[in-house]
Write a protein that binds this ligand. Structure first.
Ligand SMILES: Cc1cc2nc3c(=O)[nH]c(=O)nc-3n(C[C@H](O)[C@H](O)[C@H](O)COP(=O)(O)OP(=O)(O)OC[C@H]3O[C@@H](n4cnc5c(N)ncnc54)[C@H](O)[C@@H]3O)c2cc1C
Length: 443
């Protein structure tokens, strides 16, 4: 049978991958499988899991991401902390709604401080899988400059090394290191790379105990959606995800309208918003557990607490000596599913490097991570308040929730898309419906 084979425009045989977490690790696996020569460089050795007690991430992954990783040979089970059946969402009106979707929480980094039974993190397992391929190797080092301007080879300069490393192509998988993209990557004249727009969130791990988790979570994670009211003075918090893990611990991720500092999180914990949204017993437990002492994250200001709120427009210098930015350095899902997006972009980018054809990659990315998706994400946040303010719409939503047929058809699929990041914000509603809603509510 005739099969279409994309033209191999460039023969990129050896690649330097900057960053060895999810995105860098997945790219290394796919490139290694195709027998390309890969050097993965990271300033921290993910295999040693040196980040003391810091998770910096909720570690929540959708089952589709776990399956993709398993197909690539990563033993995700080893890093799995708890399998989950979906979300219990507390709406801004105080109502609860259950959204079913298979997912799991996984270890990243070292796991929580109080957990003596440490397991390998997901990132370590991914990199270990990549290193099974004979053409893949790892080097511990800090990338300080990258030169992609020659059109012949990519030059990668490491801290304390005089001579640059040379390769046919560079993969930028170094997370939210905007400074490196903006100031230290030299590109050919007339071309551009830019960094994502980001904001700070906080994450903390709280030892609430197994009984509390069993009683108030069961096999679900919880999401609290707060009003997106710009006039709200007492809290800038918009979304809170509570992810149950093993050993009675709970990860709390707090995202807001702008940066969320540890102080904002402490304020939120003692605010009426938390008390209104969760059962009393759970609220008391969260309030009375010493967060900094028991939390997995020391609430430092490291880039691990950074999330993307708008993806970069320019993320590729194609061709010999060029480079591509993936994972959090490139296109990602805004506010959520960063691990899933890192896996998607890394796998697709590696395939583009293997074929030497980036046109298909760009088309795919345009659909998966549209460059104007932040406008739609913002529209959804504001729609949230419009619905709270409009009693007719609110009643419709809440009435629909109680009627299985209506809820099943009209609400659940959209809520699932919104929470899981399986499609872009732009594609959650049929395009015409989004436009109509945004017009009606002046968004
Ligand atoms: C508070 C919070 C909670 C989150 N919760 C979730 C969640 O529950 N589920 C989910 O899917 N996503 C979550 N995310 C997002 C997720 O953590 C990221 O999207 C994901 O880690 C991106 O992977 P990456 O490989 O692109 O980047 P990273 O994981 O950031 O890895 C980048 C790597 O590059 C290395 N590096 C950086 N600079 C250099 C340099 N100069 N030289 C060499 N190496 C360098 C770093 O050491 C690091 O190992 C969360 C994020 C935050 C901030």
């Amino acid at each position: 049978m005739w099969r279409f084979r994309p033209e191999r425009k460039f023969h990129l045989n050896n690649v330097i991958v900057g960053g060895g977490n999810v995105a860098g690790g997945v790219a290394s696996i796919v490139l290694g499988k195709a027998a390309l020569s890969v050097l993965c460089v990271d300033k921290i050795d993910p295999l040693e899991e040196q980040i003391p007690s810091c998770n910096g991430c909720g570690g929540l992954i959708q089952e589709r991401t776990a399956q993709t990783l398993e197909k690539l040979g990563v033993p995700v089970e080893k890093a799995t902390r708890r399998k989950l059946d979906g979300f219990i969402v507390t709406l801004p009106t105080g109502e609860e709604m259950v959204v079913k979707t298979p997912m799991r929480s996984v270890y990243r980094g070292h796991g929580p401080l109080h957990d003596k039974n440490k397991k390998p993190g997901l990132d370590a397992l991914i990199l270990q899988t990549a290193l099974k391929y004979p053409t893949v190797s790892y080097h511990k080092g800090k990338i300080v400059d990258v030169d992609l301007s020659s059109g012949k080879e990519a030059l990668v300069y490491l801290d304390k090394m005089h001579e640059p490393l040379k390769s046919d192509f560079f993969v930028g998988a170094f997370g939210h290191n905007s400074e490196l993209v903006e100031k230290h990557i030299k590109v050919p004249d007339g071309q551009k790379l830019d960094a994502p727009k980001t904001q700070k969130s906080t994450v903390m791990e709280i030892a609430v105990g197994d009984d509390i988790l069993k009683k108030h979570f069961g096999s679900y994670a919880r999401v609290l959606v707060l009003p997106y009211d710009k006039t709200k003075k007492d809290s800038n918090v918009l979304f809170v995800a509570l992810i149950p893990k093993d050993n009675g611990s709970l990860t709390m991720i707090v995202m807001g309208d702008g940066d969320v500092t540890p102080e904002d999180t402490h304020k939120f914990i003692s605010s009426p918003y938390l008390a209104d949204a969760l059962p009393n017993e759970l609220v008391n437990k969260i309030r009375n557990t010493s967060l900094v002492k028991d939390g997995g994250c020391k609430l430092c200001s490291c880039s691990r607490n950074t999330i993307t709120v708008a993806s970069p427009e320019h993320y590729l210098i194609s061709g010999m000596g060029g480079g591509i930015m993936i994972g959090d350095t490139g296109l990602t899902r805004l506010y959520k599913d960063g691990i899933g997006a890192a896996v998607t972009t890394a796998e697709a980018a590696a395939k583009a490097i293997i074929t030497g054809d980036f046109t298909h990659y760009q088309r795919l990315m345009e659909k998966e991570f549209p460059p104007d998706d932040h406008i739609y994400a913002d529209g959804f946040l504001r729609l949230n308040d419009a619905i709270i303010a409009n009693s007719y719409l609110r009643n419709l939503l809440l009435a629909g929730k109680g009627i299985p047929g209506v809820s099943h058809l009209l609400i659940d699929p959209f809520m699932r898309h919104f929470l899981t990041g399986d499609v872009a914000y732009k594609n959650i509603f049929p395009h015409k419906l989004s436009e109509m809603l945004f017009q009606i509510f002046g968004i």
